[in-house]
Design a protein around this ligand. Structure first.
Ligand code: DQA
Length: 138
């Protein structure tokens, strides 16, 4: 099973960025833990702060991989383009968020990703990614 995790803007700062919201673990460290926990999964990871690069990566892997785990971060709430890319590809996409966006500011309650996603997992901290992988395996 080949899965790609795609993280959007500012998620390269995990560990330092608002630790009270996003925790103090870097994504690189957490990604290592995921690879150890799921040796049967060919797991890849891509992060970009640039909308077009995220769209490019969804297009690149979306006809080849078995699934995409997408945290589009702030673009979740603004990007018709990323939402369209999710709908355009064959690979099922699980939308994840570290925080419970529905408990936060109103502008975070809207998602341009959800209507094209297979499912949405949010609010479980970094464990949201783990749960997404498990959902692909079940
Ligand atoms: C986030 C939630 C978004 O609203 C925010 O812009 C992020 C991270 C999350 O994982 O909780 O950057 O996607």
């Amino acid at each position: 099973m080949k899965l790609m995790i795609i993280n959007g803007p500012n998620l390269n700062l995990l560990g330092k960025r608002e630790p009270e919201v996003y925790g103090s673990t870097t994504f690189e460290d957490y990604f290592g833990q995921l690879k150890t926990k799921f040796p049967q999964v060919e797991l890849s990871y891509f992060q970009s702060n640039i909308e077009g690069e995220i769209i490019g990566k969804i297009q690149e892997v979306g006809f080849d991989y078995d699934g995409i785990i997408l945290n589009a971060a702030a673009y979740t709430h603004t990007s018709v383009g990323i939402g369209d890319a999710v709908k355009a590809v064959n690979a099922p996409v699980i939308e994840v968020h570290i925080s419970n966006t529905h408990k936060r500011e109103e502008y975070r309650h809207v998602s341009f990703i959800s209507s094209g996603a297979k499912g949405v997992i949010l609010g479980f901290g970094l464990q949201s990614y783990d749960l997404a992988i498990q959902s692909f395996l079940s």
